[in-house]
Design a protein around this ligand. Sequence first.
Ligand SMILES: Nc1ncnc2c1ncn2[C@@H]1O[C@H](COP(=O)(O)OP(=O)(O)OP(=O)(O)O)[C@@H](O)[C@H]1O
Length: 639
Amino acid sequence: MMRTSWADSVAAENDGGASNSGARPTKPAYVPPHLRNRQASNEPSSAAPQAAPLPASDRPSYGGPPGGLRWGGGSRPGGGYGGGGRGGGAGWNNRSGGWDRGKDREVNPFGDDDDVNSEEAFVEQENTGINFDAYEDIPVETSGDNVPPPVNTFAAIDLGKELNANIKRCKYVKPTPVQRHAIPISLAGRDLMACAQTGSGKTAAFCFPIISGIMRSQQVQKPRGYRTVYPLALILSPTRELSMQINEEAKKFAYQSGVRVVVAYGGAPIGQQLRELERGVDILVATPGRLVDLLERARVSLQMIKYLALDEADRMLDMGFEPQIRKIVEQTDMPPRGVRQTMLFSATFPKEIQRLASDFLSNYIFLAVGRVGSSTDLIVQRVEFVDEADKRSHLMDLLHAQRANGVDGKQQLTLVFVETKKGADALEHWLTINGFPATSIHGDRTQQVFACNLFAKYFEDTPLLEAHKDSTFVQERELALRSFKSGNTPILVATDVAARGLDIPHVAHVINFDLPNDIDDYVHRIGRTGRAGKTGLATAFFNTNNQSLARPLAELMQEANQEVPDWLLRFASRVSYGGGRNRRGGGGSRFGGRDFRRDSSYNRGSSGGGMTDFYGGVSNSGGGYYGGYNNPGVASAWD
Ligand SMILES: Nc1ncnc2c1ncn2[C@@H]1O[C@H](COP(=O)(O)OP(=O)(O)OP(=O)(O)O)[C@@H](O)[C@H]1O
């Protein structure tokens, strides 16, 4: 029997039980997520549940789609949507055989020894997680109207009983700086653009308010639609790996809350994802391409979206993704800005991207938290001059040295970034034939799928197999990542597809075998180590091909109190910027971004056809204004 969410129980009610499954019981009643567990604890299920009040500043529910934009020939759902009345009838349990049973079947993302109240769990809390001392002096900057004050503890925010229990299970003792500021802002219903260092807990910063908001929301009557589902929150991210990771995290945070999280990403068979969606979805985590597919098939409608979060938002709005994001946000039935709540997060926010992003936001707050995790002394940054021809032997020297430092016979995890997919394959091959256990991850490894059982021998007992035991295929990319994380192949050669967001514990060393063209990409890449207050090492191979990066790299290293070699300073002084992206996008010395609205040009340049860009030039390129933003000569490493 299928598990379900409250969302579809209401749809089923409107259907009179005649929706897609055919076998749905009739007239289920709506039970808000925050009350479902009470029913689970033997409260009479027939009682009409009292919804908790929304936060005072919460938004009104959305009353209808904007301007009738809908794709894919999906039929406009029948009447009665957008904040309708409370469902009566026989109770939540009717549709799927009962929330109790549904809850019992909810996979425990914390594993078997999950005792949230145990002494041991509490003691352990003190020893894991973020090194908070590293965060004491972090500079924080906020701008916007009436910024809600930060909180110092999770207890100071009423996130709800279930979420609080899950925070404890995650062993989060206190909020990180970005969480301290972002959560109250989001709970107050405000739109947010948040720029905080890599590895500093941004995922929880946007997940907590969304989950808490859905748990507390008053009943929203969902429209009915043939096989169409109506998520209340949408979290978009640029890669499937990151979407999967956010999904896993969100499932932990939402455990036993009744809020159902589903993920949809490309490069994997859609059937399984459709089946998951049909079981109900409150929070949809997705990559843009697969979401567009689902919208075109009319299997997902965005008309009930109350929360929209873009992770790696600057990446999501750059040249590669911006058209798709605009389509999703502006040309579907998603409620307009000001009606939905929009949250954008990244470690870097170049001003030209901020300008684009402001189209999606309403009266937003800009939050910048200094880059402790990515570019202070938590990560020791080294840069070495290495000619192209010498890179491989130099890499081998580094890896040999590292082998000597292995713990318990296990080599430390090393992430090696290269520029192209071909380069990744070639380097992986070369490392392997030279006796280094390496694997690779890049955008071309998407179509190759293997039957799970072929790999069962190698991946016994890994959560990957567990997670996929129902699915026929496992992605090669997923396997590579899993093999790296588990230490089976402690060297991962990657393109920028792995540069952002991936939270891989124990990455000791990030090597920029090929430096990126963009300093922000460098920030994200090195941020795969030194996460959550831990220390890490980042080594970059620099040569004359990287001259344009010399100055921003030297500046970044200086800001982070790193030793900058004289030869790099000489390169930096020789090379002029020439208007490229590599001028520090943020403009602030200690932040990955500063609010572009503070620039005097903001008030002058944004009307009419041309816009004053970050570099002071004027761009008129209609669809986007990237002025020197990407290097056209380099093949994309992304999906
Ligand atoms: N309050 C907290 N206490 C302890 N650990 C935390 C806390 N919040 C988050 N973490 C942990 O910190 C790590 C990094 O978090 P997360 O992946 O959300 O970082 P991020 O800011 O999104 O990084 P990136 O910019 O690279 O995407 C994760 O392992 C997460 O579980």
